[in-house]
Design a protein around this ligand. Sequence first.
Ligand SMILES: O=C(O)CCC(=O)C(=O)O
Ligand SMILES: [Fe+2]
Length: 681
Amino acid sequence: MEPRLENVKAVRRSKEEKKLLRKQIKASHTLLKHEGISTVSKPTKSLVVANGGLGNGVSREQLQAVLEEAGEVGSLIMHPHKPYALVTYRTEVSAQTGHVLLNGRQLQCGDQVVTLYLSFVDSVDTESGGCAALPPGLVLVEEFVSPEEEVLLLDAIDWKSHDEEVTVQKALKHRKVKHYGYEFRYDNNNVDKDKPLPGGLPPACAFVLERCVRDRHVYVVPDQLTVNQYQAGQGIPPHVDTHSAFEDPILSLSLGAKTVMDFRHPNGCSVAVVLPGRSLLVMKGESRYLWTHGITPRKFDVVPACDPESPVALTSDLSNYSNLTLSRRGTRTSLTFRKVRRTPCDCAHPSACDSRQVPAPPSPPSLPRSRTDACRLEAKFVHSVYNEIAGHFSDTRHSPWPRVRHFLTLLAPGSVVADVGSGNGKYLGVNPDAFAMGCDRSTALVQICSERGFQAFVSDALSVPLRSGVCDACISIAVIHHLSTQERRQAAIEELVRLLRPGGRALIYVWAMEQEYNKQKSKYLKETREQAPSGSYTDNHDQETKGCEATATDSHNPGQQYSGISTQCSKVHPGKDSPGKLSVHTNRTAFNSQDLLVPWHLKGEGAEGVKKGGQGSKMIRDHPADTQDPVLAPCPVFHRFYHVFQQGELEELCARIIGVTVECSYHDQGNWCVILEKTRD
Ligand SMILES: O=C(O)CCC(=O)C(=O)O
Ligand SMILES: [Fe+2]
């Protein structure tokens, strides 16, 4: 009996080990795919700890303690929201011990358990970023009021009448809001300027206002106050305070627990600002008019680890930091003081200004009649739009489409692949054995590729700066439909063919006019607004569905700020009045013309949290952007030009090109696709 038992035990152990190894390999594939981190098999001093990130709810202290079981830790890098950490031990022996000892280790993080998987990496960049610049015009004044004054101010807020109005359930879900001076109406994002509230501002606030004037933060005394009280887990969606409602600047006094406020430029650049209790935030100029501000609803913030409990204001783009930790949120009350505006806003940011949007709608563009027209149309309705929406666009693009992945994974090791129109680079890491280069017309998207560790450069799809015949394969996914004439669409395919060596293959995807094929509706049509609420993104086949969709708020939000930004056509309505003009497509409906403008509703940071939580990476799940929140985030609308392809059109275009054969063509979730082979030079 003895030996048999021993045998069973041995088999069991090795099964567990095998399972662990499988999971570890899977984790390192995920790291490569989503984070661009390559692991190596030979031992080094550095390890990537999958699932050991701040994004998994693991705190720095907790992870450090576990890692030190294996030896002395030289550096530990934990980036905000990421599902991994990077550790460098003092010696390779310690790293090897850590690799053996800690693989599969389970950590209790709040009410969830995470399992760590460790793999060696070649080296770790230990650069710790400094403080990022604040958005222009933003000033943070620490210790603006004393602890005694803080108590006095908090006592002066009368929540009683507020609490009677809201049900317990609502109060639990949302931050508490109370207005003084004038009511701020969330239905039209404006104030009733002719209906001042009785009682004005609480007298207890007078000293704050005097101090603000004394210190020249404002020149005109504010006459409106909004008090927001946030419990841990509550937030405010990203928004710009309506230009036509309030003057510049806006002052926000933070009382109680500190929080992190996120500022975001329309180009996607974001800065997280730690607001300590008793500090005054002055939003002026660009930071007041152009950048959105918001607080992501979550229970922990990621803050620099140096002194997380200190009230010192640390303003930074947290993604530059390596030395970060989690800080539990508490109750924060903010007093936002504003001056009601009596004349239309004449700020320097008309693209974001609701006062500027009353004039007649700008005329929609027509289909181009010349090469110059086409370039102009694409510059305005494709290139500049992708630059403006790059951050949000990238947030909605994570999973490679299976058939594109399949094409890439079949390539022989060492193959050279060009992804022409690589977007955020989601295909560049799919086949680690191939050498993939990305290029895109959008500088902002190329920047995102580089940040993810991919090779990418800025290039027009019609003239890629690579030698002819250098590629074994090319992909062009959701790119050619953005070209506005047939000549240019054909030229884009010719350019792919030029890059291929004889025998090389290209995979092309374009959006299909036929969104229903073989009696099957594409996901784009199937996902109704209710199924895809604002900010809820899942990534799948349909290229242009997540994010360009109209959201539930659109139709109920007459006060929504349409910026139209670069496109200037957010109020374009096609049809009878504008013959020959491009029509604006209604998202998630069938196409009724081949050449059209497709709206993209730019969302802020709130959506990001949802996306990250939904990636299966065990990230802390930020509360989904709260569509019920009374503050409606202004949602600028951009329009992108598309030529949707009819059945057979893509093949026909390929057939015009000499030295090419179409190997196969298919319909894939609302796209027409071909694989072509270059038969000769
Ligand atoms: O809580 C804060 O500091 C900001 C509040 C705010 O942005 C607003 O009420 O518009
Ligand atoms: Fe605000």
